[in-house]
Each structure stands twice: as structure tokens, then as C-alpha cells.
Write a protein that binds this ligand. Structure first.
Ligand code: HEM
Ligand SMILES: *[C@@H]1O[C@H](CO)[C@@H](O)[C@H](O)[C@H]1NC(C)=O
Ligand SMILES: *[C@@H]1O[C@H](CO)[C@@H](O)[C@H](O)[C@H]1NC(C)=O
Ligand SMILES: *[C@@H]1O[C@H](CO)[C@@H](O)[C@H](O)[C@H]1NC(C)=O
Ligand SMILES: *[C@@H]1O[C@H](CO)[C@@H](O)[C@H](O)[C@H]1NC(C)=O
Length: 506
């Protein structure tokens, strides 16, 4: 009995001690957070809504509004100037809209992608997602090794050879639009554009005919789920710990897994073809396979890296372009004068021809301007982040080293200082004779880590838009929202609903 009593008393002591230790640790952490606040509060920034969580609750709330967190970032940039600070726990986020600094940091290979900003898409709820692929690799050497090998699949010579695919896939979309015109029903343009960009990336990058316009498979749903999961995972640290989210999280994990096993299958098939000496295209898939180690030395990490890049190309290359097209149609629908001018140009350059040739693209200058202006107002992939180890002075404000700088192209494109009367849609801002924006326009990011698919996306968008303008008239369904939905990528909330009609030629 006495022994039990002694044991119990020890246990009670231990519990008290444990509580004390946890309390002390918590207090210590709070002091550390306080120290961080003191160290950084000279950098301007909005008031914190919580001592520990800083601005994160404000940002989570902003996600629901038009433009999401990006609109909030814009308001803050207007209020606090070219460099401002946000806090969350003991982390500092530095937002920069100073062209000189943007240039110094983004154009230099010295500043790696910030782990803080990307680690939550390396893995998604514990399932490997973008891994160490091209978008997420932060070690410069590891990234450069992959990029050098994959680059040829984006050379202008290679892209030129893809014109057949771009044209053919866009024709499938045209026949869908033709059906819509015959039926005279409302058409969700984003939905159709998602189909065509999906089809293009599957065929051009991986040599696979998905023909998704006929067959929306589990695969595209999986991509959608991953993107949704990604955004919760990135923005809400507690999301995965809330029991009510379990079923959703399991679905995201499965979706993520489905992408990777599909990738593994396509890679296996291509490798077999290569081993059998078949004539395979020098497409992205071939380059991805080459970027991994040699056959006999292939490590498990190499295998995983190929899958990382497989998933990366689907995530980076599909929705971004579809959203751009949907915003473009929305903007043209709201600006009939711009629409007429773009259409006139298309008629002059391609006339009645079905095929858009590579040489025609460079002559569609006004259409290029329209697409650029669309991305200024609607940057579909709005941000990038770099780790800056050394101290810097921005706009007279000292920023201690060891922090993450965020660059947001949605904000930059809408700042009055860079683009006067920013909310006016005016493609002439990008007229060939107009002064070029100075490190204030970067929908594809800038420098060594800029978008590898920039030209690919522009060609694709031009071919689709040229054919659309050539053959169809459209009006926006009245009463629809022109709000922006922020789901990681930005897209038109309404999906851009249109009535399509055939064009009458006289
Ligand atoms: C309108 C369409 C597109 C937009 C707005 C866009 C935008 C971007 C941006 C902002 C980045 C930098 C991301 C970051 O810093 O975290 C990026 C990177 C990348 N994009 Fe795109 N992208 C588009 C289309 C494409 C397409 C069609 C492909 C492929 C076919 C592609 C492949 C990539 C790759 C591989 C990277 C990583 C580059 C590297 O770090 O080496 N993108 N893109
Ligand atoms: C649709 O996709 C499924 C699953 O990927 C495939 O088995 C089927 O053959 C496809 N159907 C058509 C008509 O392409
Ligand atoms: C997508 O955006 C809408 C509105 O902007 C929001 O209500 C919804 O929760 C978002 N979904 C995800 C997965 O972030
Ligand atoms: C495999 O690795 C070994 C040692 O790392 C190297 O000597 C050899 O050349 C490699 N083989 C190939 C085909 O790359
Ligand atoms: C467009 O391309 C076709 C085929 O390459 C060419 O015949 C035509 O002249 C081009 N249009 C213009 C305006 O150059």
C-alpha cells in the first residue's frame, strides 16, 4: 500500500514537472516570438491580428473574397509601400515591389527558391507531390542539372515542330464550340479551355492522346483535387489536424498517388519503346527520362525525380494556360473595341486558312498585346519566393538577412505606380513602341527560375484565340460575376459564360 502511495506521489510530481516544463517552453517560445517582433517591427506592415499567428488569420479570411489573398496583398502594398512585412509564428514574410530589388534578386542565380514557401508542395499531406522537380527544387545545382536537360524540349526549333499538335488540338475545341453555337446554349469557356490545355500538354509533353474533350477522366479530377488540397495545405497549417477534413485529405492523397502511378506507367511504356529502338519524339517525356541517371545506375531517387517532373508539368502547364484563355475571352467580351481590333488582325494574318503557321504567330502582335494585358490584370500563377541570406537595404529600410522575399505579380501588375489607371484593360500598354515595364511585370517570373513553358503557353494561347476569333462571335452571359477565384491559381469565378454564334462571312 505504502509503495503504491509513493509511486502515485512520484507520478503526481512528474505530471506537475511536465506541465511546468511545457509551460516554460511555451513561455520561452513566446519570448522568442516577441524578440522577432522587436527585431522586425521597424519594417512597415499592417497590424497583427494575433500575437502568435500574426497575419495568418487575416489572410485565411481574405481567401474567401474576390481576388483572395492577392487583393489583400495589393491593399497592403498601396498602404505600406514597396517593402512590407507580415508575421506568422516566428516567421517573417518580406513582400517586395521595388523594381531594383526585384531585378537584383530574381535575375541572380545566387538566391535559391525559398524552402519556407515551397516545402508544402514538395509533399502534399505526407504524399510526395512535386518533390524535387523543376518548380520546387531549391538547390541550384540539382535544379540546373534537370533544367539543362529538359530545355531542348522547349527550344524554338522543337516548339515549331509542335505546331501540328497545337493546331489539331485546337480544332477539337473548335468543333466543340461549333456544337455550342448550334445549340445556342450557355457555354462555360473555362471548362472547354481546361479540356484543350489538358489535351495539348498530354500530347505535346508525353505523347499521349487523352482526347479529354470527349472523356473527362479520373486523371483530370485528380489534378483538380491536388490543386485544391495544395491550397488548403499551404495556407492553413492546422488543416490536416482537423478531424472533419480527414475524408478530403484521403481523397487528395489518393489523387496524388494516381498522378504518380499514371506517370510511372507512361514512363515505363516510353522506356520500353526507347529500348526497342522505336522512333520516339524528343518531347518533354524523353527529356525527363534522360534527366534521370543512366539506366543501370538509376537510383530510387532518380525514379522519384522523373515522377516529380511528370506531375510538375501537368500542374505547371495546364490550368495556368486555361485560366489565361478564360480571362482573355472575358476581357475581350467586356471591351468590344479591343475585340474588333484583335479580330481584324487575325483576319489579316490568317484569313480563312484553317492552319495557323509558326510564322503567322509573330505577326499577331496585337493578339500578343491582348494576352500580355490579360496576364497583367489576371496573373494566373501570381507569385514566387526567394531566400535572401544577406542583409539588404530596400527603400531606406534595413532588412536583416536570412529571410524569405515574396514577389507577387498580381499586385505588381495592379499598382498605380507601375501601371497608371491600373484597372483599365488597355493592350496598348504593351505596344511594341511603348516603354517596357521595368521589373514590375512578371507573370512568368524572371531570371533563371522563370517559367520554362512561357513560349509554349503563348503559342498555345495564340493558336486557340486566333481560331476562335476567326470563326466565332461571342457575348458574355449577362449578370455573371467578373470576380477572380483564388484557388492557388487565379481563375474567373463564373468560368466565363458565353453565348457562341458562328461568324458570318460576307
Ligand atoms: C499562362 C500560362 C503560364 C503561366 C502564367 C506560368 C507561370 C509560371 C511562373 C510564375 C513560374 C515560376 C513559379 C515559381 O517561381 O514558383 C513558372 C514556372 C514554371 N513553369 Fe510556367 N506558367 C505557364 C505555363 C506553363 C506551361 C505551359 C509549362 C509547360 C509546358 C510551364 C512549365 C513551367 C516550369 C517547368 C516551371 C519551373 C521552371 C524552373 O524553375 O526551372 N508553365 N511558370
Ligand atoms: C475514357 O477514359 C477511360 C479511363 O482512362 C478509358 O478506359 C476509356 O477508354 C476512355 N474512353 C474514351 C472514349 O476515350
Ligand atoms: C476556391 O475559391 C473560392 C472563392 O474564392 C472559395 O470559396 C473556395 O474555398 C476555394 N477553394 C479552395 C480549395 O481553396
Ligand atoms: C555508374 O556509376 C559508376 C560509379 O558511380 C560509374 O563509374 C559508371 O560510369 C556509371 N555508369 C553509367 C552507365 O553511367
Ligand atoms: C501565314 O502563314 C502562311 C503559311 O505559312 C503563309 O502562307 C501566310 O502568308 C502567312 N500570313 C502572313 C500574313 O504572312
Amino acid at each position: 500500500m505504502a509503495v503504491l502511495y509513493v509511486l502515485l506521489s512520484w507520478a503526481a510530481h512528474a505530471v506537475v514537472l511536465l506541465f511546468f516544463l511545457i509551460f516554460a517552453a511555451f513561455l520561452g517560445y513566446c519570448l522568442y516570438v516577441k524578440y522577432i517582433h522587436m527585431k522586425y517591427d521597424h519594417i512597415p506592415g499592417p497590424p497583427r491580428s494575433s500575437f502568435l499567428f500574426g497575419h495568418s488569420l487575416t489572410m485565411l479570411r481574405a481567401m474567401e473574397n474576390d481576388g483572395g489573398v492577392h487583393q489583400k496583398m495589393l491593399e497592403w502594398a498601396e498602404e505600406y509601400g514597396p517593402v512590407y512585412r507580415l508575421n506568422t509564428l516566428h516567421y517573417i514574410l518580406v513582400f517586395v515591389y521595388c523594381p531594383e530589388t526585384t531585378k537584383d534578386i530574381m535575375m541572380s542565380p545566387k538566391y535559391p527558391k525559398a524552402e519556407l514557401a515551397y516545402r508544402r508542395i514538395v509533399n502534399l499531406f505526407g504524399q510526395r507531390f512535386l518533390g524535387n522537380g523543376l518548380v520546387t527544387a531549391h538547390d541550384h545545382e540539382k535544379w540546373y542539372k534537370q533544367r539543362r536537360i529538359i530545355d531542348p524540349a522547349f527550344s524554338s526549333v522543337y516548339l515549331k515542330s509542335l505546331m501540328g499538335i497545337f493546331n489539331e488540338r485546337a480544332e477539337t475545341l473548335m468543333s466543340k464550340l461549333s456544337d455550342a453555337a448550334d445549340k445556342k446554349t450557355e457555354t462555360n469557356m473555362l471548362h472547354l479551355f481546361n479540356g484543350v490545355t489538358f489535351d495539348v500538354i498530354a500530347k505535346a509533353a508525353f505523347g499521349v492522346d487523352l482526347d479529354l474533350l470527349q472523356n473527362i477522366t479520373r486523371f483530370s479530377e485528380a489534378i483538380d483535387l491536388c490543386l485544391k488540397g495544395m491550397i488548403y495545405y499551404v495556407r492553413d497549417v492546422f488543416f490536416e489536424f482537423k478531424p472533419k477534413n480527414k475524408p478530403f485529405i484521403n481523397k487528395v492523397r489518393e489523387a496524388c498517388h494516381l498522378l504518380r502511378i499514371t506517370g510511372a506507367q507512361w514512363i515505363r511504356e516510353r522506356k520500353t519503346a526507347m529500348q526497342n529502338g522505336e522512333d520516339v519524339p524528343k518531347d518533354i517525356l524523353t527529356q525527363i527520362i534522360k534527366s534521370a541517371g543512366e539506366e543501370e545506375n538509376m537510383t530510387e531517387e532518380d525514379e522519384e525525380l522523373m515522377l516529380d517532373n511528370f506531375v510538375t508539368f501537368f500542374i505547371a502547364g495546364q490550368e495556368t494556360t486555361a485560366n489565361l484563355l478564360a480571362f482573355c475571352v472575358m476581357s475581350l467580351g467586356r471591351h468590344p473595341d479591343v475585340l474588333e481590333k484583335a479580330r481584324k488582325e487575325v483576319q489579316d494574318v490568317i484569313g480563312m486558312k484553317q492552319e495557323v503557321s509558326y510564322d503567322n504567330l509573330s505577326q499577331l502582335t496585337y493578339l500578343s498585346q491582348v494576352l500580355k494585358e490579360t496576364l497583367r490584370l489576371y496573373s494566373t500563377a501570381p507569385g514566387t519566393a526567394r531566400y535572401v541570406p544577406e542583409d539588404r537595404v530596400i527603400n531606406g529600410i534595413h532588412i536583416p538577412g536570412g529571410n524569405t522575399y515574396f514577389f507577387n505579380s498580381y499586385v505588381s501588375g495592379r499598382l498605380n505606380t507601375f501601371f497608371p489607371d491600373p484597372l483599365t484593360f488597355d493592350p496598348d500598354r504593351f505596344h511594341p513602341d511603348a516603354p517596357k515595364p521595368y521589373y514590375s511585370y512578371y507573370p512568368f517570373a524572371l531570371g533563371p527560375r522563370s517559367c520554362l513553358g512561357q513560349n509554349f503557353a503563348q503559342i498555345e494561347a495564340k493558336v486557340v484565340m486566333a481560331k476562335l476569333l476567326q470563326r466565332f462571335d461571342f457575348t458574355l452571359v449577362p449578370g455573371q460575376s467578373f470576380c477572380i477565384q483564388d484557388n492557388g491559381t487565379l481563375k474567373p469565378k463564373s468560368g466565363t459564360l458565353c453565348y457562341i454564334t458562328h461568324r458570318n462571312y460576307d
